[in-house]
Ligand binder design. Structure first.
Ligand SMILES: [Zn+2]
Length: 466
C-alpha cells in the first residue's frame, strides 16, 4: 500500500527555553543571525559579503553547498524593462553584482530591500514610554523597522516589539514573554494545549542584540535595580563569522528551509554564548521542533485512516499510562531515517511516537540514566535502521537533551494495529531486525518487564505465519 503517513515536518528546529509550565520560548539561531545582520551598517554588510565571497573562493568546505550556477538578476534592463537574467556561478560575480542579485532575492522573499537598505541606527527606535514602568518585571519595548514594509502598503513601517524579562542573573533567566507585530511572529507563535509557544523573530532578535550591546538604552534598565549583577541575555553571537551570509545565501539562493539550516548551524560551537550553554546544561533549554501541522497529509482519507487510528490508540495508551506530552523533537537525527516525533514523559521514561514513510509506525523508549553529562556537540546517536534497535536496548545520545539515555525501539502490536499494516511490519522486521521475527520473539521472551508480553508474542507469531 502507498505509505501515506502522519509524518510530521519541521518548521523550525531550535533550542527552546522552558520558561514555565505554560510558556516556552523558541530561540532559532537563524533569527539571531539575520537580526544581527539587519542591525549592521550598510558598509559593514557589504564588507561582510565581500569577505564571505573571498573565503568561499579559497575553501569550498563550508556551511552551505553552492550549486555550479544560479539564475542571477543583473542591474541591466531588457527591452521590456525587466531586469536581465543570466546563469552564473555566484563566486565568479563581482561583489556589486552579487549584492544586486542578493537584494533581488531579498525583495522577492520579504517584499522589500529593508534587510539590506536599513541598518545601524535606523533599525531600532526604543519607545519613550514603557508599558510597565514599575520595578520587578522589566519589559523592554521598541519599534523595530519592518523587513517587509513594501507589501502593498498594508504593513506598518515599524513593528512594536517587546521582551519581558530580558535579563539573566547567573543561571537564572527571567524571560517570560515575547511579542512582535510581524507576520513571522504571529505565524510561528502558537498554543499547544495550555502552553504558549513564543518564537523569536528577526525583529525580537535584533532588539536582544541591541540590548546586549547597549543596555543603557533600554529605557528602564537602570532604575529597576535589576541591572545589578544581571546581564542582557543573548543566546547566539554571530559577530566574528560570516555565517549570517551563509545563512542568507542558503535560504535565499538554495531556498533551504530554516529547520534544515538551523540543524547544521547549531553544530558550530562558536555561535553559542556561554549563557546558552549553561541553560542547556542546566536542562532549562532543549532542542525542540516547531512542527508544520499536517504538511504531508494526503487528501484521500482511505490512505491515512489506518495510520490515524493507530496514532489515536498510541496517544491514548500513553495518556492512560500517565505519560504527558512534552513537545516535538528529532529521533534518528542526521540519518536517512530522521523523524520528527511526539515526545512524552513519565518520570525517568521518555516515549516517542514516530511516523515516517520509510518504515511502519514505531515508538522509541528512552530511560534517563543517572549522572549523565550534557554533551552538546556529541554525535553518538543512532545511525542504523530503526528496526535494528527493536527490543535491543543500548546507551545512545538523545538529541533533545544531549544526554545519553538507554534507548530501544518498540512497535505497536495486537489488534490496535490495522490489519492492512501487518505485512509491512513482517517485511521490515525480516529485513532489518537481527534474527528476523524469530529473533525478535526470543528477545521479547527473555525480557522481564514487557507489558502484555503474551499478546505481543502471539501477534509476532501471527506475523510470522503471514
Ligand atoms: Zn517580528
Amino acid at each position: 500500500m502507498p505509505q501515506e503517513t502522519l509524518e510530521l515536518s519541521a518548521r523550525r528546529y531550535a533550542p527552546t527555553y522552558y520558561a514555565s509550565p505554560t510558556t516556552r520560548i523558541i530561540l532559532p539561531p537563524e533569527s539571531f543571525a539575520i537580526g544581527s545582520f539587519f542591525k549592521m551598517t550598510q558598509p559593514d554588510k557589504y564588507a561582510s559579503l565581500k569577505s564571505w565571497q573571498e573565503s568561499r573562493r579559497e575553501s569550498k568546505d563550508s556551511f552551505c553547498e553552492l550549486k555550479g550556477e544560479y539564475q542571477i538578476s543583473l542591474n541591466e534592463k531588457t527591452p521590456k524593462g525587466k531586469n536581465k537574467k543570466i546563469k552564473k556561478d555566484i563566486l565568479s560575480l563581482k561583489p556589486s553584482e552579487l549584492l544586486f542579485a542578493l537584494k533581488q532575492k531579498m525583495r522577492f522573499e520579504l517584499g522589500s530591500y529593508n534587510l539590506w537598505n536599513v541598518g545601524g541606527s535606523g533599525v531600532i527606535s526604543p519607545t519613550k514610554e514603557t508599558d510597565h514602568p514599575y520595578t520587578g518585571t522589566v519589559v523592554m519595548t521598541a519599534n523595530i523597522k519592518s523587513m517587509d514594509n513594501a507589501v502593498k502598503g498594508e504593513v506598518s513601517k515599524y513593528w512594536f516589539t517587546s521582551i519581558t524579562g530580558p535579563f539573566i542573573k547567573g543561571k537564572e533567566l527571567s524571560l517570560t514573554d515575547l511579542y512582535c507585530g510581524c507576520q513571522d511572529f504571529r505565524w510561528n507563535s502558537t498554543k499547544e494545549g495550555y502552553t504558549n509557544i513564543n518564537t523569536v523573530c528577526t525583529h525580537i532578535a535584533a532588539l536582544m542584540d541591541f540590548a546586549k550591546e547597549s543596555p543603557k538604552d533600554i529605557r528602564n534598565y537602570l532604575n529597576t535595580g535589576k541591572a545589578k549583577d544581571s546581564e542582557v541575555f543573548l543566546p547566539f553571537n554571530f559577530n566574528d563569522s560570516n555565517l549570517h551570509i551563509d545563512i542568507l545565501i542558503d535560504h535565499l539562493f538554495n531556498t533551504t528551509n530554516f529547520s534544515e539550516i538551523s540543524q547544521r548551524i547549531l553544530k558550530n560551537p562558536e555561535i553559542y554564548t556561554p549563557k546558552l550553554t549553561d541553560l542547556i546544561k542546566e536542562e532549562k533549554v532543549f532542542y525542540d521542533v516547531l512542527v508544520q501541522r499536517n504538511a504531508k497529509r494526503n487528501t484521500d482519507p482511505k490512505n491515512t485512516d489506518p495510520f490515524d487510528s493507530l496514532s489515536h490508540s498510541l496517544k491514548s495508551i500513553l495518556g492512560k499510562k500517565g505519560y504527558r506530552l512534552k513537545g516535538h523533537c528529532i529521533e534518528f537525527k542526521d540519518t536517512e531515517y530522521q523523524t520528527v516525533s511526539l515526545s512524552y514523559e513519565r518520570g525517568p521514561y521518555i516515549r516517542r511516537i514516530l511516523f515516517n514513510e520509510k518504515f511502519p509506525p514505531i515508538t522509541t523508549l528512552r530511560r534517563k540514566l543517572p549522572n549523565q553529562e550534557v554533551r552538546i556537540f556529541d554525535s553518538d546517536t543512532t545511525p542504523n535502521h530503526p528496526f535494528s534497535y527493536l527490543f535491543e536496548p543500548q546507551k545512545v545520545l538523545d538529541d533533545r537533551t544531549r544526554k545519553k539515555t538507554l534507548f530501544e525501539v518498540r512497535i505497536p502490536f495486537g489488534l490496535k494495529v490495522p490489519k492492512i499494516l501487518w505485512r509491512d511490519y513482517a517485511k521490515t522486521i525480516h529485513k532489518y531486525s537481527s534474527g528476523g521475527i524469530e529473533g525478535v520473539i526470543s528477545k521479547v521472551r527473555n525480557r522481564k518487564k514487557i507489558p502484555n508480553q503474551k499478546v505481543l508474542i502471539a501477534w509476532l507469531e501471527a506475523l510470522k505465519a503471514g
